[in-house]
Write a protein that binds this ligand. Structure first.
Ligand SMILES: Nc1ncnc2c1ncn2[C@@H]1O[C@H](COP(=O)(O)OP(=O)(O)OP(=O)(O)O)[C@@H](O)[C@H]1O
Ligand SMILES: [Mg+2]
Length: 492
C-alpha cells in the first residue's frame, strides 16, 4: 500500500472518528437539553414545531380532549385525573385541570405555585391549543383544551411539560454547528493531507527520480535541500552520496586521462634518446665516422644518450614505486644541519666546476633533529640542486641553503638566482612529467620527474614541499619535516 493511500485512509479514519465523536456528544447534549431520550426522536419532526409535546404526551392529551368533549364531568374525578397524571409523569409531563378560576387538579411534578397565573385564559373556540410560556427562567410547553362542564362552568385541561430553555436553542443551532464542524473538519483534513503530501510524498518522489537518474549514469544535478526534517536529512545524505559518486567518477576519468598522458610522455621521452642512439649507430655502420676522432665522438654521444636513458628509466621506476607506495622508508633520527653539511660537501666540487657558489645559513643554533630516510632525503636535495644548476642563466651563479626551526617543524629553503618560473607553471611543478618549458627539448630540461619524486619523498616523511619564484631573478624551493625529540637513539 502506498504512503499516499495510507495517509488518505488515516485521515479519512480520523475524520469519521471525529464525526462519530461529535455525533455522540451532540446526542448527549441534546438529551441533556430536551430531558430524555425519546424527545430526541421528535426533535426535528414537523409536529414538534407545531406541537411542543412528544407523541406519547400528545396521545394522552387527545384522550383527555375526547373525555372533555364527551363526558366533561369526568374531569372532576380525582382518581381518574391521578391516573392520567401518573401516565403523563412516566413521560415527564404533568396534568392541570381548571374549573372557572379554580384549580381542580395540579400534578405535583410542577412545584410551581405561580403556575396558575401564567396559564392562558379560557377560550371556548380553542383557537390556540398548543403553545409555550415561561415562569422566570423555567420554560414550559403545553397543550390546552377548553370546554364547558355539564353545569355550564368553564373548564380547561392542560398537559404541561417543562422544557429546558436550551432545547430550542439546541434545536436551532445544532444543524448549523454540525454543518460548520463537518466543513471545518473536512477542510482541515484536506489541508493537512495536502501539506503532508507536499512535505513527504513530493520529496520522496524527487528522491526516487534522482536515484533513477543516477542509475542511468546522470550525476550532473543537485537536489534541493530546503527542509530540515527527516526527509530533508535523507535528501542531504543522498546529495552527499551523489557528490561523492560524482567525485569518484571524475577521479576515475582523471586517472584515465593521466594514464594516457603518462604513456604518451614515457614514449616521447624514451623515443628521443633511442632515435639519437639509432642515428649515431647508423652513422658508424654506414662509415660516416671514418676517423678515430669522429668514431670517439660518436661512441661518446651514444654512451651519454644511453646514460640519459638509464637515468630516465631509473627515475620512472622510482617514481612509479613511490607513487604506488611500494618503496619502504627506513626512518632514522637525522640532524638536518649535519645532513645538509654532508650534502654540500658532496656537491661542492661539481658545482664549483660550473662556477656556482653555494652557501648555507642556519638561522638557529638549536639542533634540528628529524626522523628521515637519509638516502631518499638526499635524492630530494640533489634533485632540487640539480634543477637550480640546470636553470641557471646568470653569470654570477649562486645557490643558498637555509634552515629554520619552529616548535614542530624544520624548514629547508634552497634558493637559486636562476631564470625563475612563470607563475602559471608553479601549481603544476610537482606533477610528473611537467616542465615549464613545454617543448620537452632535452637540452633545457629533463623528463619532469625530479620534483614529482621529491614531493613523493617529502610527503612520505609527512612533510610539505612548495615553491616560490620570481621570473628572471630566481626560485626558492622549500620543504618541511617534522621535528623529533629522539636523536641518535636517545631522547633529547
Ligand atoms: N630552480 C628552477 N628554476 C627554474 N625552473 C625550474 C626550477 N626547478 C624546476 N623548474 C621548472 O620545473 C620543471 C620541473 O622540474 P623537474 O625537476 O620536475 O623536472 P626536470 O628538471 O625538467 O626533469 P628531471 O628532474 O626529471 O631531470 C622544470 O622543467 C623547470 O621548467
Ligand atoms: Mg629536475
Amino acid at each position: 500500500m502506498s504512503i499516499r493511500i495510507k495517509l488518505l485512509l488515516s485521515y479519512t479514519g480520523m475524520l469519521v472518528l471525529s464525526l462519530l465523536m461529535f455525533g455522540v456528544t451532540a446526542g448527549l447534549f441534546t438529551i441533556a437539553a430536551t430531558g430524555d431520550l425519546h424527545s430526541i426522536r421528535d426533535f426535528y419532526k414537523v409536529h414538534y414545531q407545531l406541537n411542543p409535546l412528544t407523541e406519547q404526551e400528545e396521545s394522552i392529551f387527545l384522550e383527555l380532549k375526547y373525555l372533555a368533549k364527551n363526558d366533561p364531568d369526568e374531569l372532576l374525578n380525582k382518581d381518574l385525573l391521578i391516573d392520567y397524571d401518573f401516565k403523563l409523569r412516566t413521560v415527564r409531563a404533568g396534568l392541570y385541570v381548571r374549573r372557572e378560576s379554580n384549580q381542580v387538579f395540579e400534578s405535583f411534578t410542577f412545584h410551581q405555585p405561580e403556575l396558575e397565573q401564567f396559564l392562558p385564559p379560557y377560550d371556548l373556540n380553542n383557537s390556540q391549543i398548543r403553545n409555550t410560556f415561561n415562569i422566570g427562567e423555567r420554560f414550559y410547553a403545553y397543550a390546552k383544551f377548553d370546554f364547558a362542564y355539564s353545569d355550564g362552568a368553564k373548564g380547561s385541561v392542560f398537559v404541561i411539560r417543562e422544557r429546558s430553555p436550551f432545547a430550542e436553542v439546541t434545536r436551532r443551532l445544532l444543524p448549523i454547528l454540525s454543518f460548520i464542524l463537518i466543513g471545518v473538519l473536512v477542510i482541515a483534513n484536506m489541508l493537512l493531507y495536502r501539506w503532508i503530501t507536499k512535505s513527504v510524498i513530493k520529496p520522496l518522489n524527487l528522491l526516487r527520480s534522482s536515484a533513477e537518474r543516477i542509475q542511468e549514469g546522470d550525476l550532473q544535478f543537485a537536489l534541493d535541500l530546503h527542509s530540515k526534517d527527516e526527509i530533508g536529512k535523507l535528501n542531504e545524505a543522498f546529495e552527499n552520496m551523489r557528490k561523492r559518486l560524482q567525485e569518484s567518477v571524475q577521479l576515475r576519468l582523471q586517472d584515465e586521462e593521466n594514464r594516457k598522458e603518462l604513456i604518451s610522455n614515457i614514449s616521447h621521452d624514451l623515443r628521443t634518446p633511442i632515435t639519437n642512439i639509432k642515428g649515431y649507430i647508423e652513422g658508424i655502420r654506414d662509415g660516416v665516422a671514418d676517423t678515430p676522432e669522429k668514431m670517439d665522438k660518436y661512441v661518446q654521444i651514444i654512451y651519454s644518450k644511453a646514460v640519459d636513458l638509464d637515468k630516465l628509466v631509473d627515475e620512472l621506476f622510482l617514481y612509479s614505486k613511490l607513487d604506488l607506495k611500494q618503496v619502504p622508508f627506513t626512518f632514522e633520527p637525522v640532524n638536518l644541519a649535519s645532513f645538509l653539511d654532508d650534502c654540500i660537501d658532496e656537491l661542492h666540487y661539481s658545482l664549483q666546476e660550473q662556477g656556482i657558489q653555494i652557501a648555507w645559513t642556519r638561522r638557529t643554533s638549536k639542533p634540528a633533529w628529524v626522523l628521515a630516510d637519509v638516502e631518499k632525503l638526499k635524492r630530494t636535495v640533489v634533485n632540487i640542486i640539480d634543477n637550480a644548476q640546470k636553470f641557471m642563466d646568470k653569470p654570477q651563479k649562486q645557490i643558498d641553503l637555509a634552515l629554520t626551526l619552529d616548535d614542530q617543524w624544520v624548514t629547508v629553503e634552497i634558493r637559486d638566482n636562476g631564470m625563475g618560473i612563470p607563475p602559471e607553471a608553479i601549481p603544476h611543478l610537482f606533477e610528473r612529467f611537467y616542465r615549464a618549458e613545454q617543448s620537452r627539448n632535452s637540452s633545457t630540461g629533463g623528463s619532469g620527474l625530479g620534483l614529482a619524486i621529491a614531493r613523493e619523498i617529502i610527503e612520505g616523511h609527512g612533510g610539505k614541499i612548495w615553491v616560490t619564484s620570481e621570473q628572471g631573478s630566481g626560485t626558492s624551493l622549500f620543504f618541511t619535516l617534522k621535528r623529533t625529540s629522539v636523536h641518535g637513539g636517545e631522547h633529547a
